[in-house]
Design a protein around this ligand. Structure first.
Ligand code: SF4
Length: 281
């Protein structure tokens, strides 16, 4: 949407209003010629062949590997970000290589037989701030008979999910907290994240969720109870990864989550959910 002076990005709930040539809060989208374009399209900062369990996906083709790619930018501002060297930086602050979707899908295919690769995971930074690149890569990956995975904060608009859902086979979505108050702290929109989770699940995508337990912020029994109850309202079969925080980014002086706390919160979540996995412990 453009009024001649400003262009509004409607890819995520921030709805950045951008003057010509300016980049949005995510540092990945910008206004150019009166349109919003994906400025990180084809700019690859990270490329690795990871175990699928590292995404984390515990119940989707276990024992396989997946070519994992990342770019730069994110539309959230989590003080505890574990990937801030690429997610909280823009184009001028990160080294990257360029690649087109067909090239990346060809690399994925070459890794299939010898390295047990099942496809491409769009991960490391927030992939949906560059959803056009995810969409185009995902089409190439499906054309080669392989699978697509997103690892996302889920804070996006419904139209973005409608566009990519038919192409995404599995997703790990962060469910960082159980309230808008928590999402205010990390700069996101709780309702949008819940909508993303529900939509992907109802459209047949394999969905797993991750909650990072940050001491003093979401480690009360009431927090995990609300999270688990919401997930159960979508389906108690959805797996939840309850993971341990390590000091990073703006919280580098904070203490890691006690292992006992992660396990006891996971036990609470199991009252509502069938599959709860503890991570980083
Ligand atoms: S995707 Fe980026 S530019 Fe678009 S509204 Fe969200 S933060 Fe702003």
């Amino acid at each position: 949407m453009s009024d001649g002076k400003f262009t509004v990005c409607i890819s995520c709930p921030h709805h950045c209003r951008l003057a010509e040539g300016k980049t949005g809060l995510c540092r990945a989208r910008m206004a150019r010629d009166g349109k919003i374009v994906c400025a990180n399209y084809g700019k690859v900062t990270s490329l690795a062949l990871d175990p699928i369990e590292k995404k984390p996906l515990a119940f989707f083709h276990p024992g396989t590997r997946i070519l994992s790619i990342g770019s730069f930018g994110c539309n959230l501002r989590c003080p505890f970000c574990q990937n801030d060297s690429i997610s909280q930086r823009g184009e001028s602050a990160v080294p990257f290589d360029t690649a087109n979707p067909a090239q990346l899908a060809d690399i994925a295919l070459r890794l299939k037989t010898e390295h047990n690769n099942i496809g491409i995971a769009y991960t490391y930074n927030e992939p949906l701030v560059g959803w056009e690149f995810v969409r185009d890569c995902a089409r190439e990956v499906h054309a080669r008979g392989m699978l697509n995975v997103i690892v996302s904060n889920g804070c996006t608009e419904a139209a973005v999910i409608d566009e990519i859902a038919p192409l995404i086979d599995a997703a790990n979505i962060d469910l960082k907290g159980a309230s808008q108050e928590y999402y205010d702290w990390v700069g996101g929109d709780f309702a949008a994240v819940c909508r993303t989770i529900e939509t992907l699940y109802r459209r047949g995508c394999h969905v797993e969720l991750t909650t990072l337990i940050v001491p003093g912020h979401n480690d009360r029994e009431a927090d995990i109870t609300e999270i688990a109850k919401f997930i159960a309202s979508v389906s108690p079969d959805i797996p939840l990864h309850v993971t341990r925080f390590f000091p990073r980014h703006l919280m580098s002086n904070a203490a890691p989550t006690p292992v006992t706390s992660v396990h006891s919160l996971a036990d609470i979540a199991r009252r509502w959910l069938k599959r709860v996995v503890v991570g980083n412990c």
